[in-house]
Design a binder for this molecule. Structure first.
Ligand code: CTP
Length: 489
């Protein structure tokens, strides 16, 4: 809540009704604000904007009206708003933080605090379970705003109805996302304020799951997770490690700082060249089973593909990253789909369509074993080694390039040992993609491509080509992402 001279603001706005209409509240809410001499945090941005639209200069920090443009008074002071009071370039950044009912709920308080360090206004919503762990008072004290808990509260509905809570935010963040909350969200239930908001919101939704490792690994939770991800819900974590219950495994809430970094990353995208675009990226190797214990794979680390996914996200795109097994952490706020075989990778890519952009950076195995055994192949004394019959894998790049739902820009990679330009140009024609990023994978340059942090590349865009000298893979990714961004603007 912000202390201010509310009467002057109301006069500047043109009366109480104007404030009511602006904030979508009733007369009793305005009476409350006047009695307390305060405005709720969420009202600051809209009030400042509306006051300024009427020609007044307002100091967003103190909410003091400094003058009117016609009087020339205070000219220039209005420019001071900058990053203060949750404003960035005049835009208020708002996060609706839903706290789920898990032991990690207390860490949501830390997340709320740290978000405010970045001038983000946080409005708290708590499930019934969350209130078993922390109180609405703690959350409200830290956010400086009312913490909403009840779907059927008349007072809350008068002040800020559930639909407005869901809509008037730049991001909905769930910390911790419990197995129960994920299940309810996955099935579209609206049986409390939190799930109703998740159903009603049109803002991006980011969840940070936390639960016991067995609950996390349970097929029911994994199915719910896949369902949520397929709908574009972004996930952060969970991490590996020891848990409150004493067990070890995957299920720990990600570090609050990591959650905040992912939120900042996501919020920073609004003005990127690729904002509103969907990018599909393949990365890593594919792993083709020979039998239940053996497989054919390759040395791809996924570093380049993952860096491209992160770079496209920084340009504002919503990114689906389809990756074979790698040891890299998923880039923040990217929708990761983990696969093993080329056939699974193709299915995941087709499921992710429609997309505006596809970048195929995965090292897809060209073949899989025709009849991979269901049981382990045994070595027979004196018998010749088994012959592996191989069958061709689907070509994902070619399939996407010729798909009925073809992304507008399809980019392939070419790993070549010789005649880089000629082979890459021929590959571009053969695969039907628009651009190719070509790498030399043998000789002086190529020795260091796989697993390395740097790379030299040639970008072929139709008939044109340009050479990119050796540089970190993250830089190659940024160059490619900004070229793609320029293509779409
Ligand atoms: N690719 C794919 N699906 C495959 C094979 C390759 O999507 N089954 C994609 C890769 O992700 C890359 C491009 O095709 O973007 C070229 O991969 P590369 O291994 O260089 O080419 P190949 O198709 O294997 O052709 P060649 O063996 O002739 O070099």
């Amino acid at each position: 809540m912000k202390n201010c001279d509310l009467s002057t603001i109301i006069t500047a706005l043109g009366g109480r009704q104007a404030l009511q209409d602006l904030l979508g509240v009733g007369p009793s809410a305005v009476s409350n604000y006047l009695a307390r001499g305060t405005l709720p945090q969420r009202a600051l941005g809209p009030v400042c904007e509306a006051v300024r639209a009427r020609g007044y200069h307002i100091d967003p920090a103190s909410l003091e009206i400094i003058g009117h443009q016609d009087a020339g008074a205070g000219a220039g002071r209005g420019m001071r708003e900058g990053m203060r009071g949750g404003m960035r370039g005049g835009m208020l950044r708002r996060v609706l933080l839903i706290v789920g009912g898990g032991i990690a709920a207390y860490k949501a308080l830390e997340v709320a605090r740290r978000l405010q360090d970045h001038d983000i206004t946080v409005t708290g919503v708590m499930t019934g379970g969350a209130q078993q762990f922390i109180t609405p008072l703690s959350l409200s004290a830290l956010t400086g705003e009312k913490a909403y808990t009840d779907l059927f509260s008349l007072t809350d509905e008068a002040e800020m109805g559930h639909i407005r809570l869901a809509r008037e935010t730049d991001l909905v963040l769930v910390v911790p996302a419990t197995a129960n909350l994920m299940a309810r969200a996955a099935h579209g239930l609206a049986d409390d304020l939190a799930t109703t908001i998740l159903l009603a919101t049109t803002a991006p939704v980011m969840i940070a799951p936390a639960m016991n490792q067995a609950m996390w690994g349970h097929p029911a939770t994994q199915e719910n997770l896949a369902r949520l991800r397929a709908r574009g819900i972004l996930t952060i974590g969970p991490d590996d490690g020891g848990m409150a219950c004493g067990e070890e495994g995957t299920g720990r809430l990600s570090d609050p700082q990591e959650i905040v970094a992912a939120v900042l990353d996501q919020l920073g995208r609004g003005d990127g060249a690729l904002s509103g675009r969907h990018a599909l990226v393949t990365s890593g190797p594919t792993v083709e089973p020979i039998d239940p214990v053996r497989f054919i794979a390759n040395r791809s680390s996924g570093k380049q593909g993952h860096a491209i996914a992160a770079a496209l996200a920084r340009q504002g795109a919503r990114v689906t990253l389809v990756s074979g097994p790698v040891t890299l952490p998923p880039p923040p706020a990217v929708d990761l789909v983990e696969v093993e075989t080329a056939r699974q990778m193709l299915a995941a890519c087709e499921a992710a369509l429609p997309a505006d952009i596809a970048v195929c950076a995965a090292a897809v195995a060209d073949w899989h074993v025709a009849d991979a055994g269901a049981s382990k192949m045994k070595k027979q004394e004196g018998a010749p080694p088994p012959a592996l019959a191989l069958t061709e894998n689907p070509d994902i790049l070619k399939t996407l390039s010729t798909h009925a739902d073809r992304p507008r820009l399809v980019v392939g990679f070419a790993a070549e040992t010789e005649s880089l330009y000629e082979n890459a140009a021929a590959k571009l024609g053969r695969k039907g993609c628009d651009w190719i990023v070509a790498n030399q994978v043998a000789g002086d340059e190529g020795d260091t491509v796989f697993g390395s942090d740097s790379n030299a590349a040639m970008l072929l865009t139709g008939n044109e080509s340009e050479n990119w000298p050796r540089m970190p893979k993250a830089e190659i990714a940024d160059r490619l992402a900004s070229r793609i961004g320029a293509h779409f603007t």
